[in-house]
Design a protein around this ligand. Structure first.
Ligand SMILES: Cc1ncc(COP(=O)(O)O)c(C=O)c1O
Length: 401
C-alpha cells in the first residue's frame, strides 16, 4: 500500500485516512516473513471452493442470460437472485418480497451502505464489543461515536444500550472476533429493545450456517418478524453473504430489511457502483437453485469442525498455562485472553510474528481502540499440521514474553 501523505503542494487527503488500525500494519509486516503461518485472517479454506461446478455455471449463465450478465442491471439486484434469497431465508413468520431484498458487493458493502444512509458525523452507533474490524473500517469516514455493548454482561439493559443510537450492530452467530454465540435471551432482549425504542438493529450474519455442535438459534430478524405479522417492516437490517458458504471472490452479499430501508440503501448503492455484476449474481442464483450450496455445506462443516478441534487440542496442549479461551461451537475464530495482566496482545502479536506465526491483536477490534489482552486465532485456513505448528510457535513467543 502507498502512503496517504500527498506530495508537497497537493491537497490533503481526507482526515479519516490517517486514523489507521494496528492489524493492517501487522499483516503488512507478516508478508515479509518466510514460511509464516497465518492464524490472523478470517479466510475460508480454498480447497473447498467448488471450482469446476462454478466454472460450468459461469459459462451457462452468460450463454443463457447475455443481457442480464453483460449489461447494466437494476441497482437493487437481479430479480432472479432476490427471489432465490427471499425463498431461502423466508420462514413461517418472516414474509419476504423483492422489496425486502438488496443485493450488495459482499456483506462489507452492505455495512458501508448502512453507515452511508444512517450516520452523520458525531452520531452514535451501539456496537457489540469487541467489534468486526471491517465494520469499524467501513464506518470510519462517517466519523461516528461508538457505544460498546457487552451482550452477555449480566443485567444488560438492552433498551438503554440502543436508546439514542442511529443503529445497533451485532454478529450474533459466532462473532468476529470472539467466535461467541449470543444466547437466545440476549437475542430476545435486543430485538424487543429495538422494537420499543425504534432503533435500527443491524444483524451481520456471515457465519450463520457454520454451526458445528449446537442447534441453530433463531436469527434476530426471525424474532423480530414473529413480533409483528405481515410483510417484514421491522427494525432489523439483516446482512448475509456467500463469502463463507461458497467463495468470497463472488462478492455477493445481501440485505434483508424493511422496504423503506432497502430503498434508502439502494440510493446509496446506485451512487456507489450502479449495480452488482450480473455474472456473479446469476451464478449465485444458479448455485442456490441447483442445490450446489446445500450440497457443499456438509463438507464445509466437517472440515471446519475438524480444524476447530485440531486448533483447540493444540492450544490445550501448549497454551493453557498462559491463555484462557472458549471453544466456539461454530464460525471461524477462537478468542484467547492472556492471564497475565502485565502482557499486552499487541506485544504478543509482534513476538509471535518473530516466531513465525501471525495472530490478530485484540485492540484492533475495540471500537474505542483500547489496549487488549486478547488475540483472535483463525482455524479455517490452515490444515491440522500447520495449526499445530502455529500453536507451537505461539507458545515459543509466549515463553519469550
Ligand atoms: C462479521 C463480518 N461481517 C462482514 C464480513 C465481510 O464479508 P464479505 O466477504 O461478504 O464482504 C466479514 C468477513 O470476514 C465478517 O466477519
Amino acid at each position: 500500500m502507498t502512503a496517504t501523505v500527498p506530495e508537497p503542494g497537493r491537497p490533503r487527503m481526507a482526515r479519516w485516512l490517517s486514523t489507521t488500525n494496528s492489524v493492517t500494519a501487522t499483516f503488512l509486516a507478516a508478508g515479509r516473513v518466510q514460511g509464516l503461518i497465518n492464524l490472523a485472517g478470517g479466510l475460508p479454506a480454498p480447497e473447498l471452493y467448488p471450482a469446476d461446478a462454478m466454472a460450468e455455471i459461469a459459462g451457462q449463465v452468460v450463454r443463457d442470460h447475455p443481457a442480464e450478465t453483460l449489461g447494466y442491471g437494476p441497482a437493487d439486484g437481479l430479480p432472479a437472485l432476490k427471489d432465490a434469497l427471499a425463498g431461502r431465508l423466508a420462514t413461517a413468520d418472516l414474509h419476504l418480497s423483492r422489496d425486502n431484498v438488496l443485493i450488495t458487493g459482499g456483506a462489507l458493502q452492505a455495512l458501508d451502505l448502512v453507515g452511508k444512509v444512517l450516520v452523520e458525523p458525531g452520531q452514535t452507533i451501539a456496537v457489540q464489543a469487541p467489534t468486526y474490524l471491517g465494520a469499524l473500517d467501513a464506518w470510519r469516514p462517517r466519523d461516528p461515536v461508538y457505544r460498546p455493548i457487552t451482550l452477555d454482561a449480566p443485567g444488560l439493559d438492552a433498551e438503554a444500550a440502543l436508546a439514542g443510537a442511529q443503529f445497533g450492530y451485532a454478529v450474533p452467530n459466532f462473532s468476529n472476533p470472539t467466535g461467541h454465540l449470543v444466547g437466545l435471551p440476549q437475542r430476545q432482549a435486543l430485538v424487543a429493545a429495538a422494537h420499543r425504542t425504534g432503533t435500527w438493529l443491524v444483524e451481520d450474519d456471515p457465519y450463520g450456517t457454520l454451526y458445528y455442535d449446537a442447534a441453530p438459534l433463531p436469527r434476530l430478524i426471525e424474532l423480530s418478524a414473529a413480533m409483528k405479522p405481515g410483510p417484514y417492516a421491522g427494525p432489523v437490517i439483516y446482512i448475509g453473504t456467500l463469502s463463507k458458504e461458497i467463495a468470497p471472490g463472488l462478492r455477493i452479499g445481501w440485505v434483508i430489511a424493511a422496504p423503506e430501508m432497502i430503498a434508502a440503501l439502494t440510493m446509496g448503492k446506485l451512487a456507489g457502483d450502479m449495480c452488482s455484476p450480473g455474472v456473479t449474481q446469476r451464478m449465485a442464483a444458479a448455485a442456490i437453485r441447483c442445490g450446489l450450496i446445500d450440497r457443499i455445506q456438509p463438507q464445509v462443516i466437517a472440515l471446519y469442525r475438524a480444524r476447530r478441534d485440531a486448533l483447540c487440542a493444540a492450544m490445550a496442549a501448549h497454551l493453557s498455562g498462559w491463555l484462557d479461551w472458549e471453544v466456539p461451537v461454530g464460525g471461524m475464530f477462537v478468542w484467547a485472553t492472556l492471564r497475565d495482566p502485565s502482557l499486552d496482545s499487541a506485544r504478543l502479536a509482534a513476538l509471535a510474528l518473530e516466531a513465525g506465526v501471525c495472530v490478530a491483536p485484540g485492540a484492533s477490534f475495540d471500537p474505542l481502540g483500547r489496549a487488549s489482552r486478547s488475540i483472535r486465532l483463525n482455524f479455517t485456513l490452515n490444515d491440522a499440521d500447520r495449526l499445530q505448528e502455529g500453536v507451537r510457535r505461539l507458545a515459543r513467543a509466549l515463553a519469550a514474553a
